[in-house]
Ligand binder design. Structure first.
Ligand code: HEM
Length: 599
């Protein structure tokens, strides 16, 4: 069906679906095939076969290897200002790279006048670009030497919305050229075919890569930053942990007690005393406390009426912003900035010091406790990783404090920042859509079990479609390849999948893609509609799918039920809502609300 938008139920991502203009018939066939495969692939055990998916054929199921049939080895990544059709290797490069400044430089080494003109010109360029209003203009001009960097500097404060515009205008894939020799070229994509190719069917060829490990160096050898055998050991051991009944129980009980003992008294106090609160801050503290209990066995009690300063939270937020900026700077530049402690790197350094100090304390006191025979039955991640079976997981180092710090820090960040971001955007969207709020409230008041809250689940998914807590995913091909979109990628080049843009592409979600409509997640029979993960990628896709998805949904539903049932809240008039340019989708100014008790 080609016309979309009138009714949510009309839109399905199956073989009948005909996306408008941008996706041709062949593409539809591939997408339809992938959709069928994904439905079954979701049932493959975690860490299942790379590059292999299962396909339904009538009542039978068979394994298929998904290969792309593009054999155009002579295609290049298309420059942003062009269309995205594969091009011959004459596009940009040597000709345009022959710098307009070359002769000035060659002749003028000894000439101060020419040097002055040159420097003035550079200043002029930088001035013009930095003072242009960051609006519109998804296409970035490709300058000699500087590549698209000047335009990107202008767009960085609104990077997420810019990716939506750039990718929509470029058939879902856009090649960003960084400054000459800076190593910052990036291929942005939100094309479901590329996403499936990279994250699932050719997973083996798409690690995160060494460059991203450098950019995310603060996470060290934690699961989020590593690849290959170490990732496999971390993934499998984390799976054991996350599937353990006692670990799940610990999560449930700590959520329940934090709700009752901290969140409710905090909100009651705000309601009774007419205090304006920042819901984002409240959720960050709540998630930090619960994630910390689960991962370290220690409760920092950051959510309380006193609202004491949370060093960890501050450090993480600033570190995550610095990480985004690193993507567009040459490694040498941000390393120098880090060395001298300037700009965003100053914050990165202090974040690193904060993490090290915090973990040094936690790890040494836990080792001491274990030595004295305590914590025998504890199921928090820290205790479990200190006792992990190294005959089973050969690359894990339970006695190495730095290694343990890396593992637990990654888990803590994965649990805290994502869920708090999801809840913040969710409650903001509810404040803008009273009809949805009323429907959720009705559901909560008429159903007793959290699992049966289908509309609430749909609304949370819809919120994460538009505001995915992790807006980007990073990949780097081990070997050269041609993506299904026709773009050639070289070994060690960098790919950024924009999860934020994917959720807003009209060619993927229909003409009403920008609207908040939980109904699109509900089937005619009233059940939840399954959406393949390369279309709804908030929890990632393929073998690296989020390990905490079930826990996160459970936690978000518990919090939502408690708040929606008992409180009303109103966003402060005139409060500005905009995302921070960061690798986690936070609100720049928080979410300031007035709370009252529901009658
Ligand atoms: C709304 C909440 C959440 C969202 C949207 C989310 C999303 C994601 C995404 C996009 C990734 C892939 C990151 C990447 O590869 O760069 C990921 C990975 C991961 N997530 Fe979540 N997450 C959420 C909650 C949680 C929670 C609560 C936990 C733990 C308790 C968790 C644990 C993990 C872990 C361990 C990984 C690494 C998986 C791997 O690399 O194999 N997540 N998550």
């Amino acid at each position: 069906m080609g016309s979309r938008g009138e009714s949510d139920e009309q839109f399905t991502f199956d073989s009948e679906y005909t996306p408008p203009n941008t996706v041709d018939f062949e593409t539809q066939q591939v997408l339809a095939r992938l959709a069928a495969a994904e439905e079954v692939a979701d049932q493959i055990p975690e860490g299942g076969e790379s590059g292999v998916v299962r396909e339904k054929q009538g009542s039978k199921r068979k394994l298929i290897i998904l290969t792309d049939d593009t054999d155009d080895s002579d295609v290049e990544i298309t420059p942003a200002t062009q269309t995205t059709k594969p091009r011959r290797k004459t596009s940009y490069g040597t000709a345009s790279r022959k710098p307009m400044f070359q002769s000035t430089l060659d002749d003028g080494i000894g000439s101060s006048r020419q040097a002055f003109i040159f420097v003035s010109f550079i200043f002029f360029l930088v001035y013009v670009f930095l003072h242009r209003k960051p609006q519109g203009g998804p296409l970035l001009k490709n300058w000699p030497f500087l590549g698209m960097l000047p335009g990107m500097l202008v767009q960085l404060p609104r990077i997420h919305d810019w990716t939506v515009e750039a990718l929509e205008a470029n058939d879902l894939t856009f090649a960003f050229k960084g400054a000459w020799l800076s190593g910052t070229d990036l291929l942005f994509t939100a094309d479901p075919r590329n996403i499936h190719h990279i994250l699932s069917s050719n997973f083996g060829n798409y690690p995160k890569g060494p460059e991203f490990k450098k950019i995310f160096d603060i996470l060290g050898d934690g699961i989020i930053a590593v690849d290959l055998e170490l990732w496999e050991d971390l993934r499998k051991s984390s799976l054991d942990l996350f599937h353990h009944q006692d670990f799940q129980k610990l999560s449930e009980t700590s959520n329940a007690s934090k709700l009752k003992e901290n969140l409710v008294p905090f909100l009651d106090n705000a309601a009774d005393n007419d205090i304006i609160i920042d819901l984002q801050d409240v959720f960050k503290r709540f998630m930090f406390d619960t994630a910390s209990v689960l991962m370290t066995g220690y409760d920092p009690m950051s959510l309380s009426i006193k609202m004491t300063e949370v060093e960890f939270g501050e450090a993480t937020d600033l570190g995550e912003e610095a990480i985004l900026y690193r993507h567009f700077k040459p490694v040498i530049l941000w390393k120098l900035q880090n060395w001298f402690g300037i700009g965003h790197e100053k914050e990165m350094r202090s974040a690193s010091v904060t993490f090290d100090r915090m973990f040094e304390k936690i790890i040494s006191s836990r080792r001491e406790e274990i030595r004295r025979g305590g914590r025998e039955t504890s199921m928090d991640a820290l205790t479990c990783y200190m006792k992990v079976d190294t005959t089973k997981y050969k690359l894990l180092k339970p006695r190495d404090d730095k290694f343990i710090r890396d593992v637990i820090l990654s888990l803590l960040i994965a649990g805290r920042d994502t869920t708090s971001s999801a809840l913040t955007w969710f409650f903001w969207l509810l404040s803008m859509h009273p009809r949805v709020m009323a429907k959720i409230r009705h559901e909560i008041n008429t159903k007793t079990e959290t699992e049966k809250l289908v509309y609430l689940h749909a609304a949370l998914s819809e919120s994460m479609r538009l505001y995915p807590p992790v807006p980007f995913n990073h990949k780097s091909p081990a070997k050269p390849d041609v993506l299904p979109s026709g773009h050639r990628v070289e070994a060690d080049s960098k790919i950024l999948i924009s999860i934020y843009a994917l959720g807003r592409m009209r060619s993927v979600w229909g003409e009403n893609a920008a609207e908040f409509k939980p109904e699109r997640w509900i089937s005619d029979s009233g059940d939840l509609r399954h959406e393949p993960s390369y279309k709804f990628m908030a929890f990632n896709a393929g073998p690296r799918t989020c390990l905490g998805k079930q826990l996160a949904f459970m936690q978000m539903k518990m919090v939502a039920v408690e708040i929606i049932r008992n409180y009303d809240f109103k966003v402060v008039e005139g409060h500005k809502i905009e995302p921070v340019p960061s690798v986690i989708l936070r609100m720049k100014h928080g979410l300031k609300v007035a709370v009252t008790k529901a009658i």
